[in-house]
Design a protein around this ligand. Structure first.
Ligand code: F55
Length: 838
């Protein structure tokens, strides 16, 4: 193995056109990339060709830094954070990289001076939708912060050929369309074919005694798949650090094809190839629901095995022995999706590198940290033993061994407590037998964390209560955060400029600095500018909605926004009950004074989630009636914007006046949209759930519209017997609203369409909409009152943004570094000749 020291230094000045940041150089680079990479001249170039040339021009400017970053990490032997996630919901790269490199305005100018439309080119980029929602987007924010904080890090995941589906709305219903994000090529990634890794599946195990008469096990798989790494550079803001996101693509190994071909089984060979490559074809579109699909476990094992083998290779390259693996890598499990990594690292250490079990176990526990993102029982991952055994026979044995030793410890500490043993066991034996992945992750990690204060408390009390009793010191809270680069600077340049004019630019990497805005709260001119900025942005959104969806919305009205995945616990239908309540008020009294509102919804439903899809239909059906009723006189508008994604998030958060964060208390682990809204000056109407609680603490209770039961009250009411029927009968307003839906008023007289939804509410209401209904309506009435006093509203809006410093992902990542990963920043200095061009 060659090390860097042995390789002759390739001393050359790099081509100016590939690194330089002057206007002239970038202009030349654009033309150069158009010709030499896209193979086009202006006469034949399409807008996509120009976009590609532009993207390559930007990527070229990251390559020096990227290479230097990797080189420094290797040479210095620093500890690297390895973020394992089945999802990275990155969103478009172009603007983000331009901002982080500090060349947004310059490049925009160059593009425009070349006679091109910068915005048009920017919009051509297909966003990599390699995630479902909050969990995947969190991973992307964390990658941004890791680079910005100059922390050595690598993100490992799956290069899905088809990401989260595109959503269309037809006749009010969601229709799923394949997301072909790679169809025109991806200029941001570089395949590293030479670093391909092999992953085994299936087959059987065999015991044997090695030459030293030690008992060993070998795994004889029946399938081998190649993992090809595709690397994407992740730039930090205003620093030279460019970390790597390494996503694995599955391919069939050639040797397998040839074997089959030789015996004449051509079809079988091709079929095996197709089956292997299926592993990374498509992202499973379910969030918060565990479905025991074999291919999903294959995906998880595939990317985790590739990643751990890759880390071991890098570690051994440093000349270190595996005993110190945990000093080279801190591996974070983003939920249980990569938790098979615990068994895989044990297998690699024990079976392949012949390390003794106890030592291997030490290394493994010291290596992993586990982040939990949900308390919902239906979302907890578990796999039947039969499925597990077929796919990963050796891992099942290893899990049994881990379990036996672990339960031995538990028995010693809590003798004669078989119930506790049954709850802690890695195997659920209450009915059909399952492997419990949260238990595997908890046992195999030295640190376990929740994603908001309340969530961590509930985790410690309920879902992982027994583990907390056993190892309280393993648990900690790491409240989520989001990156202000993408969620303010890229998405809301008008606000970013206004803030910068007042307090300078440091807030972009030190979000706590936003506090300084409070000093201007009495400055009427500043308040006017703040209000005007929000107004302008609302105007842009209104134009966008008109041009793209043909719906006229009034930019003067209150923009009331709920964008997130569709789920009953998130209670988009509670929002609808409020809309119908307002509509009823108008119908009963057409001249009533009401605060004009535009209700904006966006979000995808899991394709198999009937109730969530019915809620989308309900929103659209109510919209059809309300938007077309002359009595309403445009005072209310309801729009469901299809295909909510990162790009649309960037448009909508800055334009919101009101952020709807209305989940049943105790159900939303954290939420991160809540943070993006408030940072952009929206006020929140919300329950005491997830990070809402901490947002309210920070912004002040007088600047937050609170409603609903607390988690304790939800439990209490449930345990003494919750009866939604009573609320329906005792609240005439609620009854009218529900009856209107049942009557077919919003469904052209069809009384069956929404029956499943109404019946679920009347007879079960698992998420307690009826219990929270009146409190929600009252809070919404306070919102209306508050919005009428624009001066006061503006003050609250400024205070919300000014007090959001805590919710930067930089703060969250610093906490992970200090309390879990033991990782420190490493400055990347560029050679003078490169720096000179920066
Ligand atoms: C995706 C796949 C599966 Cl199998 C299960 C869950 C998901 C998923 O997308 N979960 C998710 O987004 N969870 C969310 O994580 C956020 C980040 O921590 C939280 O803010 C949010 O509360 C939580 O629901």
């Amino acid at each position: 193995m060659t090390t860097f020291e042995q390789v002759p230094v390739f001393q050359c000045e790099f081509e100016d056109d590939r690194t330089g940041l002057s206007k002239e150089t970038i202009k030349r680079a654009l033309a150069d990339n158009l010709f030499y990479i896209q193979g086009k001249v202006p006469a034949t170039a399409t807008p996509n060709d120009y976009y590609m040339a532009l993207a390559y021009t930007v990527r070229d400017r990251m390559l020096q830094r990227w290479f230097k970053t990797t080189e420094v990490y290797t040479k210095k032997g620093v500890k690297v954070v390895s973020y394992l996630s089945a999802e990275f919901l990155l969103g478009p790269h172009l603007s983000n990289n331009l901002i982080n490199l500090g060349i947004y305005d310059l490049v925009r100018q160059v593009v425009e001076e070349s006679g091109l439309d910068f915005v048009q080119l920017r919009e051509i980029e297909e966003e990599p939708g390699l995630g479902n929602g909050g969990l995947g987007r969190l991973a992307a924010c964390y990658m941004d912060s890791l680079s910005t904080l100059e922390i050595p890090a690598i993100g490992y995941g799956i290069r899905y050929e088809f990401g989260i589906f595109d959503q269309e709305i037809r006749d009010g219903w969601q229709v799923e369309i394949t997301d072909k994000w790679l169809h025109l090529g991806n200029p941001w990634e570089i395949p590293r074919l030479e670093e391909t890794i092999e992953v085994k599946f299936g087959g059987r195990t065999e015991a044997y005694y090695d030459e030293k008469c030690r008992y060993r096990v070998r795994w004889i798989p029946d399938k081998v798949v190649k993992g090809v790494p595709y690397d994407t550079p992740i730039s930090g803001y205003n620093v030279n650090t460019v970390n790597t996101l390494r996503l694995w693509k599955a391919e069939a190994p050639e040797s397998f094809e040839f074997q089959a071909f030789n015996v004449g089984d051509y079809y079988g060979a091709v079929n095996r190839k197709v089956v292997s490559e299926n592993i990374t074809k498509v992202l499973y579109p379910n969030d918060e629901l565990m479905k025991g699909k074999e291919l999903r476990l294959e995906q998880q094992y595939f990317f985790v095995s590739c990643s751990l083998q890759d880390m071991i290779r890098l570690h051994l390259q440093k000349g270190e022995s595996l005993e110190t693996f945990h000093q080279s890598f801190a591996v974070q499990l983003n939920d249980t999706h990569p938790s098979i990594g615990v068994a895989e690292l044990m297998r690699l250490l024990v079976d392949e590198y012949e390390i003794e079990w106890d030592q291997a176990w030490q290394i493994t526990q010291n290596t992993f940290g586990y982040t939990n993102h949900t308390l919902l029982p239906e979302a907890l991952e578990k796999w039947t033993l039969s499925l597990f055994k077929n796919l990963l026979p050796r891992h099942l044995q290893i899990i049994y061994e881990i379990n036996q030793r672990f339960l031995g410890q538990v028995r010693a500490k809590y003798p004669n407590d078989s119930d506790r043993l049954a709850r802690l066991s890695l195997i659920d034996e209450s009915g059909e037998k399952y492997v419990r992945m949260a238990n595997l992750a908890s046992v195999g990690s030295h640190a376990i964390n929740g994603v908001a204060a309340l969530h961590t408390e509930l985790l410690k009390r309920d879902v992982l209560g027994d583990f907390h009793e056993l190892w309280p010191e393993k648990f900690s809270n790491k409240t989520n955060g989001v990156t202000p680069r993408r969620w303010i600077v890229v998405s809301n340049p008008l606000l970013a400029n206004l803030i910068t004019r007042k307090i300078g630019v440091d807030w972009i990497s030190h979000l706590e600095d936003l506090k300084q805005l409070e000093a201007f709260i009495e400055d009427a001119e500043f308040r006017r500018e703040w209000r005007q900025t929000k107004q302008d942005i609302k105007g842009y959104l209104a134009t966008y909605i008109k041009e793209n969806h043909g719906i006229e919305v009034n930019p003067e009205s209150l923009f009331d926004v709920q964008v997130k995945r569709l789920h009953e616990y998130k209670r988009q239908h509670l929002n609808v009950l409020h809309i119908i309540t307002l509509y009823k008020r108008i119908k009963d009294n057409p001249n009533i004074e009401i605060t004009p509102r535009t209700f904006i919804f966006g979000g995808k439903a899991a394709p198999g989630y009937f109730m969530a899809k019915l809620i989308i239909k309900l929103i659209n059906s109510v919209g059809d009636v309300v938007n077309n009723d002359p009595d309403v006189r445009d005072r209310l508008k309801v729009v469901f914007l299809p295909d909510y994604n990162v790009r649309f998030g960037q448009r909508v958060y800055p334009a919101a006046d009101l952020s709807e964060q209305i989940s049943t208390a105790g159900k939303e682990a954290s939420g991160t949209g809540n943070m993006k809204f408030a940072m952009n000056g929206a006020l929140t109407i919300g329950t005491l759930d997830g990070a809402n609680i901490e947002i309210r603490e920070e912004v002040g209770e007088e600047n937050f519209f609170l409603f609903g039961l607390t988690t304790e009250q939800v439990y209490e009411l449930k345990s003494k017997g919750y009866n939604p029927w009573d609320y329906y009968h005792n609240n005439p307003q609620l009854k009218q609203v529900i009856d209107l839906i049942s009557s077919g008023f919003f469904s052209h007289g069809d009384t069956n369409l929404f029956r499943p939804l109404v019946d679920s509410l009347l007879y079960h209401d698992p998420y307690m909409l009826f219990a929270d209904y009146q409190s929600y309506i009252d809070a919404q009435d306070q919102v209306n009152q508050a919005y009428r006093d624009q001066e006061h509203w503006t003050r609250m809006s400024i205070l919300n943004a000014a007090r959001m410093g805590k919710f930067s992902s930089d703060r969250a990542i610093l906490e992970y570094c200090q309390e879990i990963w033991n990782a420190v920043p490493v400055k990347i200095e560029l050679e003078e000749y490169i720096q000179g061009r920066a």
